[in-house]
Write a protein that binds this ligand. Structure first.
Ligand code: NAI
Ligand code: MG
Length: 335
């Protein structure tokens, strides 16, 4: 009997409403009997319901084998009662690994195939911020723990072991300045590295890593780092292969709950115009398929995306003319 797979779709805000239905169309075209559920989260959801991540949405995520999420429009200033559903999901389900592959696409710079594994639960995004001196000073606390550091580095080494590339992990930190926090991350990383004799590793300071990503991205296999550094480096890496529109990501942890999202945000500047690139969302759906063990289906989706891009069908962000709808059709036709 075929495996029963339930995928929860959460469009969220802005272009999420276009790219998630697009990815769902591709999943549907696989004809492997996926059951879809729908749930709400994000800024619009907050405005309508007073909660950016309602309990029933969390229940839907838990009930599914994987969740596809679009994006949220988080305001840059504090809004009473609002907190990002992205951070909420990571916290609620302890999704400690943010996994972002960067693979050369047809027509762009070739030879890039790297994976950034970013710690997803602490660091600069631990949510410990406060204001002192009546507003004259703002302080953020950076939290690094042995537990979170060891498990994220272990995830990275296991990922490197599974890849058919060089099987190398680059440990990225700034321990020369952040002696306590990144000193702890680094010592945890070196300890875990010793458990993997079949995987090589090296170390880079984050600023040097940013430079090397631009100068020679082909030298990297797996990069593991703390939350904020990973956030920045992975957007930089996306820029190497054509931008945010094509970059996928996974948020996974120790339980069954996991969600997959394009790296980009809600892109209000292009939302509602049928010009958003659905490739990041579609490749995120492929990561979901891998997560549920549908590796053959995942490869089919990726191959169809690459074939469509190679045929010159591209959205505007890749200097093409295709609409979102046309891009999806081109992918579906090639499956
Ligand atoms: P963004 O990723 O939404 O957009 C940055 C630039 O990339 C824009 O010029 C946009 O048009 C372009 N872009 C993004 N996705 C695209 C796509 N699929 N196809 C073609 N072009 C695309 O980041 P921005 O503008 O900094 O943030 C907008 C909103 O998104 C903010 O409210 C922010 O908080 C939110 N955001 C949410 C994220 C999430 O839900 N995980 C991640 C990043 C930002
Ligand atoms: Mg980001």
């Amino acid at each position: 009997m075929a495996q029963q797979i339930t995928v929860c779709l959460i469009n969220g805000d802005g272009v999420g409403k276009e790219v998630i239905p697009a990815a769902a169309q591709v999943l549907e075209a696989l004809k492997i009997g996926i059951t879809f559920t729908q749930a709400e989260a994000g800024w619009e959801c907050f405005q309508q319901r007073g909660n950016a991540l309602p309990e029933e949405t969390k229940a839907a995520i838990l009930a599914a084998d994987g969740t596809l999420f679009g994006a949220t429009s988080s305001p840059s200033t504090k809004v009473a009662g609002y907190s990002s559903p992205v951070l909420g999901m990571r916290k609620a389900f302890d999704l400690y690994a943010n996994v972002r592959p960067t693979l050369s696409i047809p027509g762009g710079v070739q030879g890039i195939d790297l994976l950034i594994v970013r710690e997803n639960t602490e660091g600069m995004y631990a949510g410990r911020e406060r204001v002192e001196d009546g507003g004259a000073t703002a302080i953020a606390e950076r939290v690094i723990t042995v537990k979170a550091s060891e498990r994220i580095v272990r995830y990275a080494f296991e990922a490197a072991r599974k890849r058919d590339k060089r099987k190398n992990v680059t440990i990225v930190h700034k321990a020369n300045v952040l002696k306590e926090t990144d000193g702890l991350f680094r010592s945890c990383a070196l300890k875990v590295a010793a458990e993997f004799p079949d995987v090589t590793y090296d170390e880079l300071l984050v600023d040097a890593c940013a430079m090397w990503l631009v100068k020679d991205p082909t030298r990297f296999d797996v990069i593991v780092t703390t939350n904020l550094f990973g956030d920045i480096l992975s957007d930089e890496a996306a820029g190497l292969i054509g931008g945010l529109g094509v970059a996928p990501s996974a948020n996974v942890g120790s339980t069954k709950a996991a969600y997959f999202e394009p790296v980009h945000g809600s892109a209000p500047d292009i939302a509602g115009k049928d010009i958003a690139n659905p490739v990041g969302a579609i490749l995120s759906a492929a990561m979901l398929l891998d997560h549920v063990g549908q590796t053959e289906a995942a490869r089919r989706v990726e191959a169809a995306v690459f074939a469509a891009l190679a045929a010159g069908i591209r959205t505007r962000d890749l200097d093409g003319e295709a609409t979102t709808e046309e891009m999806v059709r081109a992918v579906v036709e090639r499956m």
